[in-house]
Design a protein around this ligand. Sequence first.
Ligand code: HEM
Length: 131
Amino acid sequence: MLPDDQDVYSLIGEDGFHRLIAAFYRQVPGDDILGPMYPPADMQGAEDRLREFLIFRFGGPPRYLEQRGHPRLRMRHAPFPVTAAARDRWMQIMNKALEETALPAGVDTVLRTFFESTATFMINRGPLPSA
Ligand code: HEM
């Protein structure tokens, strides 16, 4: 049985989210598609925002909500050209970060599923994937 979304935080804690999102952002600056989209002078801020969002979304303290307000993720991504290729690359480096971080299997599955659907939902330029 897979854990409920709201139980993920208690299963992996701050440390699990911290390791995962640090592993993700280590790959961003050197990426030819994603690197240029992110703020070079505020990579730590970007890392903090994604990590705090996930902590809030998966049953942890709602610091993201307090600091950033309602996520409105599609709207916040509107300035960035999220094509299907950008989405696939984002998933590719997130999957690599998940492999590196080796979270418990159930948590890994829940997060992968969430990232897959959210990343597709974020596409805002060009043709949508057919499947
Ligand atoms: C599909 C490909 C994606 C691309 C190319 C992308 C790109 C970006 C960029 C360039 C930023 C600005 C960095 C910053 O915070 O300064 C950002 C912010 C953010 N992204 Fe994404 N993103 C993608 C998918 C996702 C997904 C799947 C999630 C959720 C799991 C997500 C969650 C966030 C959050 C929470 C922020 C910060 C929003 C804020 O409070 O301002 N993104 N993204």
